[in-house]
Design a protein around this ligand. Structure first.
Ligand SMILES: Cc1cc2nc3c(=O)[nH]c(=O)nc-3n(C[C@H](O)[C@H](O)[C@H](O)COP(=O)(O)OP(=O)(O)OC[C@H]3O[C@@H](n4cnc5c(N)ncnc54)[C@H](O)[C@@H]3O)c2cc1C
Length: 250
């Protein structure tokens, strides 16, 4: 059985900007497509493509953030594959609705007999707690395997094997713990990313989703510094990492 100790975040799609030839912007400075889409949208509102203030993309977008002109950030979407998070963490993530889309591994269709489990950050590093927790998830997985076997026998009369397996797995999954690993594709526009990150990077957020948010932020800052550069990661009092935002919810 695999015990996972940190999330794995993989960017699977980034924005692509197609500049309209009839409305070219006087760009200044380096920028990614996601940043240019936001700048283009902002400049369209005021027809300021000629860039009268001579701002770089980073300066322009910082000003937009300062003004709270949030809709500008809804046009660039980043899609990530998130692995190595627990079912309880994904349950918290999917509470973020506006601007988000999700596709999550189905415990009805997928056999969880060999599922991995995510050790909560609060347990990691304490040998006794880790041993107790590991024994608990091993017992839960053993119970799951037994439940699937018994349910398959109970529904032997169902001819369609796929349907029979689904019936067994959807009932047996009830004994799997919140720590069961899920894989989820999550897509969000920049405004939605920023709202989630602000809430989940805070020291009040649960440790696992905070760790996931920190990993997502690092990835997004690498993609588009002008869109996420006002977030700061810092060491929290408990030794883990937390983050704060420069420009509150736009
Ligand atoms: C530290 C922490 C503790 C939490 N504890 C709990 C808990 O104990 N129990 C629990 O159930 N949840 C809990 N939550 C989840 C929380 O209540 C939110 O569901 C979650 O953070 C998603 O936030 P959101 O609704 O702002 O996000 P989104 O759904 O992404 O919405 C973004 C923004 O859009 C606007 N919006 C979205 N939908 C509506 C709407 N229907 N009407 C009006 N405006 C809307 C709001 O401005 C909202 O902030 C907790 C969250 C955090 C960060």
């Amino acid at each position: 059985m695999d015990i996972l100790r940190e999330p794995r975040i993989t960017l699977i799609a980034r924005p692509q900007f197609l500049e309209p030839a009839h409305l070219p912007v006087q760009w200044k400075g380096e920028s990614s497509d996601g940043e240019r889409i936001a700048e283009f949208a902002g400049r369209l509102c005021y027809m300021s493509q000629h860039n009268p203030a001579g701002r770089t993309t980073a300066e322009y977008l910082t000003n937009i953030l300062k003004q709270g002109h949030g809709s500008v950030f809804e046009h660039s979407t980043y899609v990530v594959l998130i692995e190595g998070i627990s079912r309880s963490c994904s349950h918290e993530l999917v509470r973020h609705r506006a601007g988000w889309g999700y596709s999550q591994l189905s415990q009805r269709y997928v056999d969880e007999s060999h599922a991995a489990f995510v050790m909560p950050p609060a347990i990691q590093g304490d040998a006794l707690l880790e041993a107790e927790w590991t024994a608990q998830v091993v017992a839960a997985q053993t119970a799951y395997v037994a439940a699937v076997e018994h349910l398959m026998a109970r529904y032997a009369w169902v001819d369609d094997k796929i349907h029979r397996r689904k019936l067994a797995r959807e009932a047996a999954r009830s004994v799997l713990p919140n720590a069961t690993e899920v894989k989820i594709v999550a897509s969000a526009n920049v405004r939605a990313w920023r709202t989630m990150l602000e809430l989940r990077l805070g020291e009040g957020a649960e440790l696992e989703i905070r760790r996931m948010a920190v990993a997502c932020l690092r990835l997004l800052q690498g993609e588009a510094a002008a869109l996420f550069g006002d977030f700061e990661i810092y060491p929290a009092g408990d030794g883990s990492e937390a983050g704060r935002v420069g420009f509150h919810k736009v």
